[in-house]
Design a binder for this molecule. Sequence first.
Ligand code: BG6
Length: 495
Amino acid sequence: MTSSSFGKSRPQHDVDIVVFGGGGDLARRKLVPSLYDLFRDGLVPDSTRVIGVSRSDISDDGYRDMMASSTREFTPEHEFDSEVWHRFAQQLSHQYLDVGDIGQIRSLGKLLRNHGTPRIFYMALPPQLFAATCRNLGEAGLITPETRVVLEKPIGRDLSGAKRINEVFAEYLDEHQVFRIDHYLGKETVQNLMALRFGNSLFEPLWRRGRIEQVQITVAESIGVGDRGGYYENAGALRDMVQNHLLQLLCMVAMEAPTSLNADAIRDEKLKVLRSLRRIDETNVRKTTVRGQYVAGAIDGAPVKGYTEEEGVRSGSDTETYCALQVDIDNWRWAGVPFYLRTGKRLPDRYSEITLQLRPVPLALFGQKPEDLVPNRLVIRLQPDEGIKLRLMVKGRGRQMKLEPVNLDLNLAHAVRGRPLSAYERLLLEVYRGDPTLFMRRDEVEAAWSWVDPILEGWAMQEMGCKRYVAGTWGPSKAVSLLDRNNHVWAEDAP
Ligand code: BG6
């Protein structure tokens, strides 16, 4: 097992990368632009080959042109260099292929270098094609000990679906060859959370039930479902965001210190958190969860459609585009500390933030009531701007001893020099290096689904429909009462 350095160092060997779903949205927006960025900065060997695979009848040159224009679009202008692209594009090709046809998969073998050359099969495919593609690759003899397979979330749409996929993968690959992506784990600030917690002695004494009153994790998006209505109809916010990104963030906040940065040491600790989550099912789902769906409204002053008017969405759909939950972690460190999770589309703003609110001071020394003193709060901002904020009380100007809240505000883009790697660049680099630390292990994915499935069943049994919210607002008002019953408020409403 490799130990992680999360480094930027350049892998030395040749690699063949096959992107299934090579003409899709993910390949165009993220994968090829990230590979280009890594190539430009010399972080991957020049000999790396990228073969985009799809069922489009497109020539190599046509594919290169298509990828050049999307890479231009998704790379900041000053970072796109035509001469570098030209060199990169020489290694880029396209192959027409139906992943369900083993004969065609066999022919892919002719495009790959010898068995000893590491191969990365990247499945940017709908999850229902994962198992069949893996089986066909295996039966065609294309999976070697040097092969790594990357899977995009969602891994299935429930526990049994995830298990079916994982079982097929286990027939053909060792667990260390399987890289299940949750791109949030590749974000710079998510890694900084580890640095903050385990690289400083300041926080550990505070990081516990006696000192922290509540934790909030918000992943807010102002975009709607766009052209992904078809996919989203089968997913919804709980499957699309909570089962993976938000639970992974929760694990990073709540986990114990690992014994090392070894991939399994870290993932063992995250797994313990997942296994400590209090069950939410039909008995408590109404009390602890909120489902919402946006109706037409406005974002930044521009009118936007409601969810059911989006392309690919059924007219009477009740799929949730917003989800808020109170999550309790039944373990020694966190018993009694509510973790509030929420995510939604068409909210007023795009940001992801983790807020740890400390308990209030025990005594009102300054003539104010304790409840008038704003509690300290540590805010870790993941995006769009990465930063760490600590809210403190200080004395305001004037004769009176009157306190007011101020922020110690650390903007990481200013504080740390150098270009940060994007989530996909980092994750691709880790796949090259064969380091699975930042990827979800099989048992983690299954533990997350084991917790999510009863919520989905609870919603169905309780016939818990979505509350509507107007696009451009902070979700249904029921999300306010979710916290209010504990005398808490969402961070943007707090003083
Ligand atoms: C994806 C979800 O995993 O994450 C999308 O499928 C969501 O629905 C996206 O928009 C958010 O990612 P980011 O990095 O933009 O916060």
